[in-house]
Design a protein around this ligand. Structure first.
Ligand SMILES: *Cc1c(COP(=O)(O)O)cnc(C)c1O
Length: 431
């Protein structure tokens, strides 16, 4: 598998290089030179395969020439060890639950795959791989769980003090082993710029084999295609032949993976990108003018992104033809008030409790849902991660998964840190 940069079509790098660099120096994004196609026989019979088999077939289409079959199978078995069910709400509407992994958010797919791939591709005699990650909440937990106990790796997470939910904090700080958490007295942006500075620091780069777990890494995109194929397989089993997906979107990695799956041969009628009021993409699809703006804080805070970094990938998949994109993708944005009423409506009509991100997707689904097809909206996180959002009656209804109950008995350990790069550097050099 060869990759090019969206800023330079002539650049060619290997998969390994793309994984460890995360992005090219020209600040573009890596894209596969060729989009692998799955055979129409496989697609037709996909309902005969279970999730791991589907994930394996998709990965093999990408990496069959790079990683021997047996090794790839082992990686997939470790990555896909939880379910992603399509729960039908009505004849026309279903919800694809992506929160059954260890950190209770869909980012587990990307993080688990990336961790195994990085460990597999790094040379045996390489220095320990040091992963630095800044998080506003969900990414850190998924990365921590993904790399926990993976040999040859160590993760340092920076999170903003007082700005992550109680459960998120436990997920970041109770891991031990090869995972360290730094509680930064500052904002998420501070954490991010400290990490960026670390990557540019010659001394740190000399001492450590630094890498990032950034969400634009190609090894996070590939595993996110798995569940679109698997959802289609489940729809076929429920006798639904025509499907559309609605994806709650922030950085547009998730929907980007869905569109990649479509380009690989998955039959999908339509995609909807549902956003909160950080509506750069919905505005773009309406006006044809791409105008990013600073992000605004909302209830669906994992989607508070003003300049979605994966959008260029989607443009690239459609040869930068806006008209072609609009035939396949529509987009709508929703306020916090609408999100809250979406949560209530889902509960009252379907007895279903959704996280705020999922509720945004539900609102998007309502706009296109029709009797001719099956509309599947993606549920990206378990509601318990955002417990403060709910009214008391719903709060009491939310089942706390065992993963969370176990966290409560563990010791929480976070190293406090000032929001200055020099403090991070000192910590890294001395620990
Ligand atoms: C990260 C995240 C999203 C946004 O996904 P993108 O790939 O950035 O569009 C949506 N919901 C939850 C719960 C998330 O953690």
């Amino acid at each position: 598998m060869k990759l090019y940069s969206t800023n330079n079509k002539d650049l060619r790098v290997s998969f390994k290089e793309a994984v460890f660099n995360s992005f090219p120096i020209d600040k573009g994004l890596y894209m596969p030179v060729e989009i692998p196609q799955l055979s129409s026989d496989f697609i037709k019979n996909i309902d005969h395969f279970h999730f791991q088999e589907i994930a394996f077939a998709v990965t093999q289409a990408f990496l069959g020439n790079e990683i021997p079959e047996e090794d790839l199978k082992k990686i997939i078995e470790e990555v896909i060890n939880f379910e992603a069910p399509v729960v039908p709400l009505s004849n026309e509407l279903g919800v694809l639950e992506l929160f059954h992994g260890p950190s209770l958010a869909f980012k587990d797919f990307g993080a688990r795959f990336m961790s195994r791939i990085m460990a597999y591709l790094s040379d045996k005699n390489d220095k320990t791989l040091d992963i630095l990650v800044a998080t506003s909440g969900d990414t850190g937990g998924a990365v921590a769980q993904g790399f926990l106990g993976v040999k040859g790796t160590r993760v340092t997470i920076l999170f903003p003090k007082g700005k992550v939910s109680e459960i998120q904090k436990l997920q970041l700080t109770t891991n031990g082993q090869n995972i360290r958490a730094l509680e930064v007295d500052g904002t998420f942006d501070d954490c991010q710029s400290m990490v960026k500075e670390a990557f540019n620091d010659p001394e740190l780069n000399e001492y450590f084999n630094l890498t990032s777990a950034n969400s634009i890494n190609i090894s996070r995109l590939i595993p996110q295609t798995f569940y679109y194929f698997h959802a289609y397989a489940q729809a076929l089993r429920q006798n639904k032949k025509s499907i559309s997906f609605v994806v709650p979107s922030g950085n547009f990695g998730n929907i980007g993976a869905g569109l990649l799956a479509y380009k690989m041969g998955l039959p999908v009628q339509h995609f909807v990108a549902a956003t909160n009021i950080n509506d750069t993409v919905p505005r773009y699809l309406q006006s044809g003018v791409y105008m990013p703006k600073s992000s605004v804080q909302t209830l669906s805070n994992a989607m508070d992104v003003g300049n979605p970094s994966n959008w260029v990938r989607i443009m690239e998949l459609f040869n930068n033809d806006l008209q072609k994109i609009k035939e396949m993708v529509s987009s709508a944005s929703f306020t916090d008030e609408e999100t809250l009423s979406g949560i209530q409506e889902l509960y009252q009509q379907y007895n279903y409790i959704a996280c705020p991100h999922t509720a945004v997707a539900y609102l998007g689904a309502k706009e296109i849902c029709n009797a001719q097809e099956f509309t599947i909206f993606l549920s990206t996180a378990h509601p318990c991660k955002f417990i403060d959002v709910y009214s008391d009656n719903l709060k009491n209804e939310i089942q706390i998964p065992t993963q969370v109950k176990e966290l409560e008995n563990k010791t929480s350990l976070a190293h406090p840190l000032k929001n200055e790069f020099i403090e991070l550097k000192k910590f890294l050099l001395n620990n």
